[in-house]
Design a protein around this ligand. Sequence first.
Ligand code: ZN
Ligand code: ZN
Length: 953
Amino acid sequence: MPHDLPKAYDPAIIEDHWAEYWVREKLFAQPTPSADAAGKGEPYTILLPPPNVTGRLHMGHMLNQTEMDILVRWRRMSGRRAMWLPGTDHAGIATQMMVERQLISESTSRQKLGREAFVKRVWEWKRHYGGAILDQMKRLGASVDWQREYFTMDEKLSVAVREAFVRLHEQNLIYRGAYIVNWCPRCQTAISDLEVFHEEQSGHLWEIRYPVQNKDGKDSGKFLSVATTRPETMLGDVAVAIHPEDERYFSLHGKKLRLPLMNREIPIILDDWVSRDFGTGAVKVTPAHDPNDFALAERHHLPSINIMDDTGHINAEGGAYAGIDRYAARKKVVADLEKQGLLAGIKDHVNNVGHCDRCKTVVEPRLSTQWFIKIQPLADKAKEAVRQGHIKFTPEMYEKTYFEWMENIHDWCISRQLWWGHRIPAWHCAECRKITVARIDPTTCAHCGSKKITQETDVLDTWFSSGLLPVSVFGWPNFSPVDLPQMTGAPGPSHLGTGEGIKDHADFDAFYPTSLLVTGFDILFFWVARMIMFGCWFAGDVPMPDGSKRTLADSVPFREVYIHALVRDANREKMSKTKGNVLDPIEIVKQYGTDAVRFTLASMASPGTDIAFNIARTEGYRAFANKIWNAARFLFMNVDRAAEVGIVVDPAALGGMPSASPDEPLEARWIVAELHATAAKVNHSLENYRYDDAANTIYQFFWGSFCDWYLEIVKLRLDFSETADKAKTKAALTTLVQVFEAALRLLSPFMPFITEELWHAIYDGNPPVKSIALTKYPVRLTTELSDYLSQAIVFMEELQNVITAIRALRKKCGVPDKEFVRTYICGGKRISFEASRRFILLVRFNQDILKSLARISELIIDEPVKGNVHSEFNFEVAIEYERQIDVAAERGRMTKEIAKYEKNLISAELQLSNESFMAKAPVHIVEGLKKQAAETQLLLSKARIALTTLPPE
Ligand SMILES: [Zn+2]
Ligand SMILES: [Zn+2]
């Protein structure tokens, strides 16, 4: 049978081919289970953290997806009904910004287009450019269920969003209120605390003198000084606060001040919250522009004056400053104060300034009316779920982080002033001013019946919909497998909870709770905590498959959370655009193949340990893939030669765990035993998220045991001559193919492409199933590991030691690699007679292995050793070798060698003493150079000594 494998391993060709095949054949689709699904394996579900629709794949995704794909492929091969669910997030702010930028380049704007046309435009953008990241995932072979791909703005998911909102509103858990939010004047929306990053900036602290007034309203000539970093906000001051026990200001109790520039009378108020030691001990109170001041004003029943509009310009409340941008206003306010002699001083000051995470604009704390979720009952339930152990965090420390955050959680501001997103299903009445919240778009006010109602313009925070994903992707709240009603005008899911209309829970029953969430710590609160809150809150109302009430244990959105680490550069530095050390996974994949990149990440991934991504390692794993490729070519060459003499391996013998009988040669028993041990270790490592241990164990087995030892030995058994014992040859060939096939399955979750290619080649285009991904994952069968198998590992190790010792001895004596020499082996001097006899027996039995692997012309066993001797505790070996050398030629060769070493050493030293090179070169390069220089130095001195020991000509 021909196995036409190209000579050279070229990942680009095979990977494109299989990636396309997997998608086309819908190999990883996991349809809604039917009633008879029992016995088809316990479900194993992972939800892909939905990348932003604007996203591009980066190293973090690559790691995250590699980890998920390894687990899903492994579980699938281990008999679980595995499903990995992909989708994208509509990413409110990011997407709106992207399209707005496009509009600017066309000299138009969102405002000019109007809301409806703009939203249409975003959908168009999404169709053309959105979800590029999922295409990248397809190319990288992620074994996700593409049939289930969703988008968070899909009809089905939008119904869930609306139901969740309406239900929370009915439960009095959603309210509308004035609150200080982080306002981004660029994005013109409120953003959450989590979407603000703080950066230290050098600015100023201005000290302003507020004139104290007499009872008649005239300036007394006295002043009270306050300090501020944002002087323009004084336009909205409503008071100045001092500590009631601050002796400096006793005389000012009950007095009033004149607010400079605005010439408004404001009170001096007393509050314990004021710190006497900070600044002047007097604090201006600007409730509409500072959260602390807002709280202060509430306590003292003071009004709030918002002086800024949505774009960061001063509004009409700012009097003469109306229409001026906030920073221009700052300059003007300071200048005007100075003119009036009211500026007491300016100090340099380092501020911790909040910026919009999306557009980097400085955010403005600003009072606005927003929608909130009263978080407490949801948070309590979510805390309880983790406390009771229904969700397990890996690494464990993130559980503590979770609790810390959940203890300090505030009400969640869910409204955003964007146009792209789920519009809040609330209508304002122009007549009674009340609000109607409804599942079906209303035409009249629910309170007064007026037709003068208009829908809320705000949309929901993007995390509102992504927080619902674990329930919504499985059909909540409708559970109807048919097309869902339109969001507007169609019957809503108000029947929910009555039992009727719940036609099909099958998906939810099978796949909820999901098994595992793999994600980064940066969205632990944004997303993970919110999914837990929403999952526990809403899933509890969905009955269990048997109709019983769902407990908290089964309401959680996932059973486990695995927080993956960061991918850093080779010097352990965080990747950043400013540092210019960002690695593009797609570029590296192009160079080395997906398999090698995946293996690099896996070989370093373990809970809580950041990965220092080093291309040199990827190069190494590319060589590993190449090694496997060549092993396959060797194997196929022999399979084909065997076929010519009528020896054929039965395909039915493949696909399981190979075994070996006691009368098979040592290497057969040994490699089978090693395979079982390796499988056991790999399964155990994957259970514990030790991707690194699993990958390294497979690597050792494949490269070390299989390629370096087993293949070298098995060559001796593949005898296709006339006189050969065909049964023995067939047995050896069968074990070879069996072990190789099983090893491919073992490696498949880590290197899915090359294993798929070679596995198909083994079956010569006629495989038992469509993909290696649908075969069984190797496990150790304990019944198979009888004594003679475990013994084989001990025996083989002893032989390997002998071979390694002889090889070292040959090298020491300068025996050319190709030469076969007479070799002596006997038991060690200090071991017992018994042990020595056992050892000699082992050597006698396996003479052919020794002779071939250690290049022995004649093997003399158990006689006093002669010649160059090497002793170990267990044994002694010796070789008879006299070198016949041409002294003149040897001298010439050695002199040349010395010259070469000297030259290399000089160039290395030059580089190491070059300061500008040393300043720029990465640590690993410098380390490598130093190591190389030291090695060259060693070789040089050895060569010099060798030259002096040459006999005279
Ligand atoms: Zn912004
Ligand atoms: Zn009304």
